[in-house]
Design a protein around this ligand. Structure first.
Ligand code: AMP
Length: 274
């Protein structure tokens, strides 16, 4: 595996390789969720590139940019074991210019749900994903459904900016107890983790209500919120279609049920696609 720590090194590493490129952008502290994306990319491409870059522009003032888990040595080993071809770990200075040309998330889809509580978060996210897609010349790029709104906005950017890359949607990987894997789970104490399980329980409750033909989204959301009573703050429980428009009634094959909560200072998100 080649570790490229600069853009020059990335270009040099890419030069000798031929064939389709599968790309997985990450912020590191890799876990089985990331590894599942890498495995899928390995199956579907000749070359696999992983990036680790904690992108400052997608963190808001007061968020956890400075404390975000950094586990470079372990991450390098994980990538080696997963047979990644190139691991790209650029510096912040190399990725951003002075008087930067910026990309803005769409005014509606970028400012609901996560975008409502984290205004400008998606601007920064789209900016860095655009740069990374261009730098890697990815044939296919792999993103988790865990960040459902991020995934939808990236697909929109690829479509609106005519980018020549296929965006692959990857399933959410969970702990055996149902907690969706996340680098931020390392902030949780054992007691926090037990309370965090109510997120998956609330999503499961929604599924069982839908199975019993309860399609009214207000009724489902109310019942989900009861289960979430042990979290410190419910930011949202939402039921939307694939375009992220709120639904009054669940539409099978078209619906995403999303939850964002706080356990202490840790913000956790999860969702299911129905
Ligand atoms: P991050 O390092 O958190 O920026 O995530 C990098 C990529 O991994 C994103 O596309 C995430 O959606 C994806 N990802 C993170 N956690 C999971 C998970 N539990 N299951 C599947 N994909 C995930």
């Amino acid at each position: 595996m080649i570790i490229a720590k600069s853009i020059k090194e990335l270009y040099k590493a890419k030069k000798d390789l031929t064939g389709s490129i599968g790309f997985i952008p990450t912020m590191g502290a890799l876990h089985n969720g990331h590894i599942s994306l890498i495995r899928q990319a390995k199956d579907e491409n000749k070359i696999v590139i992983v990036s680790i870059f904690i992108n400052p522009t997608q963190f808001l003032e007061g968020e956890d940019f400075s404390t975000y888990p950094r586990k470079d040595l372990a991450d390098i080993e994980i990538c080696k074991m997963s047979k990644v071809d190139i691991l790209f770990m650029p510096s912040i200075d190399s990725m951003y210019k002075k008087d930067e040309l910026t990309i803005m998330a769409p005014a509606i889809a970028g400012y609901v749900l996560d975008g409502a509580s984290r205004p400008k978060h998606f601007d920064g996210m789209l900016q860095i994903v655009m740069k990374l897609l261009n730098l890697t010349s990815a044939t296919k790029a792999y993103f988790g459904k865990k960040d459902a709104q991020q995934l939808a906005l990236i697909k929109q950017m690829v479509n609106h900016y005519f980018l020549d890359v296929e965006i692959v949607e990857c399933e959410i990987i969970r702990e055996c107890n149902g907690l969706a894997m996340s680098s931020r789970n390392s902030y949780l104490s054992p007691e926090d983790k037990i309370r965090a399980l109510t997120i998956f329980q609330s999503l499961n409750l929604a599924i069982s209500m839908i199975f019993k033909k309860e399609l009214n989204t207000n009724v489902i959301k109310q019942e989900m919120k009861k289960i979430l009573s042990k979290v410190d703050k419910i930011e949202y429980v939402e039921i939307v279609n694939r375009d992220f428009h709120s639904l009054e009634s669940v539409e099978l094959q078209q619906t995403i049920i999303l939850v964002a909560v706080y356990i202490g200072d840790t913000r956790l998100i999860d969702n299911i696609w129905i």
